[in-house]
Design a protein around this ligand. Structure first.
Ligand code: ADP
Ligand code: MG
Length: 681
């Protein structure tokens, strides 16, 4: 018996070459190898029948190679093909399938006439034959009786360079027998009373596929537990800092309410109440405000910042882009200057020209990343609002926080996250949700068009402009691209100038210098520019209420969340909005995605659809989050599992807050970097 933590190279179980190959793939100990879970299983007790026609799903076949040869296609290009026949001879005689490997000369050394093989792949028709290109395959020995390779459910692994599939399976099997189960059993908290060693066996060599899934859940729970343990730990460390009590005086807030021409929505009021409670508590606030575009987050931010100012401290708002910071600045000035609040804009572009002193003068500071510069010295920063948090790295968030006493932090995001994922990604934040649209918000009509006539579009746009509205034309590219077949803003801009004679058309993209960008936005806001040809730089937060038309070109190239964000730019001013999604209609997946937008404008519904269509891995991948490194992403939609993990973590840290007594074995799971993060400067 060996220990699960023994380095394989130091045991006599494997050839040195083998342990070296495993180590190169990061599999150093026996447990590392056991954690190399199968990517799928093959039920080799019964194989699929040899197909009669092509099919959409992969099949698993067993047969004999009857012919194998190297073929040519085009000058100097070769492929290797092997014809595999059904050994048993079916009802209609023997089935036959041809396997092909292109530009993989080494395959001919592996597979030859007479071999018995198991194949896995999708069958298609080519040149009147049924073929599988680049199948996964395994040679079965002639004399092979029941073994770990046949006549059972067999694990199939992701490749480890230097170790054949078959040998890898043998190694895992060997280790399951040789590793001392006691050394595998350690995280009892997760599945008390059940053997971890036994679950490893069932994941690799199950009696049924259900058994494998069931055991895999244990390891998923382990992973999520570890994640949640960090989250709860981080939250506890955050609470270790002295916070401040503010928000007791509400004079400014009351005057703000009185000055508004509308009533706040119920959701806005509820969120502000939650924020007030946080501000008044000596524990530092760490709250996420989630709300769709146009749900009124900015007003919640203003209310929160007024409370800080009323307590005599400074409040900062950090936006991800220059345009947004400037827009927020204007909005804040418009609503808050009449109340006598002193507001300053601080962005990289402004900093050099004006050198606005922050000491005491400014009560509110609106800015970009420039706020993070060391030279920005707040006198008494009491509240930090971070807009569009997902555009900031976690460490940047940390940097702003360390200025004296821990300020209260409010993070705002307009990218609704499926509720199932919130706990995973934002588990250390309290969450307020704006799930109610302000009253009187005009409807947006969304239409998906696959072959719209340009002349019809022109007519429609002109009619809208004639009514005094403004329009966005959005394109995926700045410049023409050789590899991507899509129109760019550079190509489209002169065309729109021609199509809309007598109107000013503006151009906006990421390569335009900030000052020019600002000028264009300003002129669009003031209505001098009637239509804007733009890339996605207008994505977040841009607010021009008079703009009511958006035409999204090559809509299939954008993600659902992004399209939803873009669409949120229109229909903000009480005018009916029109969003036209143009696409070639070639990809069924893209069509399914785009149809979601036709059907709903609820950000949370769209986020759920995105999760369903792309899977949690991809959804998380586009957000900055440690969760994107999860191994068991497929379990992320298992809300019960996530809750279980969270409850376990809460329980463990309640029993042993510093992980130095009963649960001390779990201490290595808590990543030390994360607790110091808030202290970093
Ligand atoms: P977000 O920041 O969530 O995108 P904003 O705070 O910018 O949303 O608000 C979007 C628009 O709705 C703004 O034009 C704002 O003036 C208006 N608005 C905000 N709250 C209300 C409300 N309670 N009633 C009516 N209009 C509102
Ligand atoms: Mg906003």
């Amino acid at each position: 018996m060996i220990s699960a933590h023994a380095e394989l190279a130091s045991t006599p179980l494997l050839a040195p070459k083998e342990s070296a190959a495993l180590a190169a793939a990061g599999l150093v100990t026996a447990e590392d190898v056991l954690q190399w879970f199968p990517k799928r299983h093959e039920d080799r007790r019964r194989f699929d029948a040899f197909p009669m026609q092509q099919g959409a799903h992969p099949v698993c076949l067993r047969g004999t190679v009857v012919d194998a040869s190297l073929r040519h296609f085009g000058p100097g290009r070769k492929f290797y093909e092997a014809v595999v026949m059904d050994g048993s001879g079916g009802l209609f005689g023997s089935g036959k399938v041809t396997c092909r490997w292109f530009n993989m000369p080494f395959i001919q050394k592996l597979i030859a006439s007479g071999h018995e093989v198991v194949l896995y792949g999708k069958v298609k028709e080519a040149g009147g034959r049924l073929v599988i290109d680049h199948p996964e395959f395994e040679i079965i020995r002639d004399d092979e009786g029941p073994s770990i390779h046949v006549e059972r459910i067999v694990p199939i692994y992701r490749n480890v360079s230097g170790i054949a599939q078959r040998r890898l399976r043998e190694i895992v099997h060997l280790l399951l027998l040789q590793v001392d189960p006691a050394t595998l059993d350690w995280c009892h908290e997760v599945a008390p009373g059940s053997s971890r060693a036994e679950d490893f066996r069932k994941v690799h060599f199950p009696e049924s596929l259900e058994e494998s899934t069931h055991s895999k859940r244990r390891f998923a729970l382990e992973e999520f537990f570890s994640l949640q343990l960090n989250v709860v730990w981080r939250r506890a460390r955050h609470d270790d800092y002295p916070g401040r009590v503010q928000g007791v005086r509400t004079t400014l807030l009351k005057r703000f309410y009185e000055s508004l021409p509308f009533d706040l929505t119920g959701a806005q009021k509820r969120s502000i109440k939650e924020i007030i409670a946080d501000l008044r508590s000596p524990r530092a606030m760490n709250r996420l405000l989630q709300g769709d575009v146009g749900s009124g987050k900015t007003f919640v931010a203003m209310a929160s910042m007024l409370l800080a100012v009323d307590s005599g401290s400074q409040a900062a708002l950090m936006a991800p882009t220059q345009i947004l910071a400037e827009q927020h600045f204007l909005t804040f000035k418009r609503w808050l200057e009449p109340l006598g609040v002193r507001i300053t804009l601080l962005t990289a572009a402004r900093e050099e020209s004006t050198h606005l002193p922050l000491d005491g003068e400014a009560q509110m500071v609106i800015g970009t990343h420039a706020l993070l510069h060391d030279r920005v010295a707040f006198q008494d920063l009491g509240l930090v609002v971070i807009d569009e948090q997902h555009k900031f790295g976690v460490s940047q968030r940390g940097r702003l926080i360390d200025q004296g006493v821990m300020p209260d932090v409010l993070v705002m995001t307009a990218t609704p996250i499926p509720r199932t994922l919130t706990l995973t990604i934002y588990g250390d934040l309290d969450v307020s949700i704006l799930d109610e649209k302000p009253a009187g918000r005009a409807k947006i009509v969304t239409a998906l068009r696959t072959a719209a006539k340009q002349s019809d579009i022109n007519k429609f746009v002109k009619a809208q402009l004639d009514e005094g509205r403004q329009a966005y034309f959005v394109y995926p590219l700045v410049e023409e691209s050789e590899t991507l077949k899509a129109e760019s803003v550079m190509e489209a801009f002169p065309k729109w100038q021609k199509r809309l004679p007598g109107r000013e058309v503006g151009l906006l993209h990421g390569k335009i210098p900030p000052e020019e960008k600002e000028r264009v936005m300003q002129r669009f806001r003031e209505g001098e520019i009637a239509a804007l040809v733009s890339t996605t730089v207008i994505e977040v937060g841009v607010d021009v209420p008079n703009a009511s038309v958006m035409i999204l070109h090559h809509a299939e190239r954008f993600g659902l969340a992004q399209l939803h964000q873009l669409r949120g730019r229109i229909g903000r001013g009480g005018h009916k909005g029109y969003c036209i999604l143009l696409t070639d209609g070639k990809s069924p997946e893209a069509m399914e995605k785009l149809k979601v937008l036709e059907q709903t404008s609820d950000g949370f519904e769209i986020a759920e659809a995105d999760l369903r269509l792309r899977g949690p891995g991809d959804v998380l991948g586009t957000m900055q989050s440690g969760a994107s490194e999860l191994r068991f992403v497929e379990f992320l939609s298992d809300i019960a599992l996530i809750r279980e993990a969270r409850a376990l973590a809460d329980q463990v840290l309640a029993e042993d807050p510093k992980l130095d007594s009963v649960h001390s074995r779990l201490a290595p799971l808590v990543q030390p970097g994360q607790e110091t993060e808030l202290r970093r400067d």
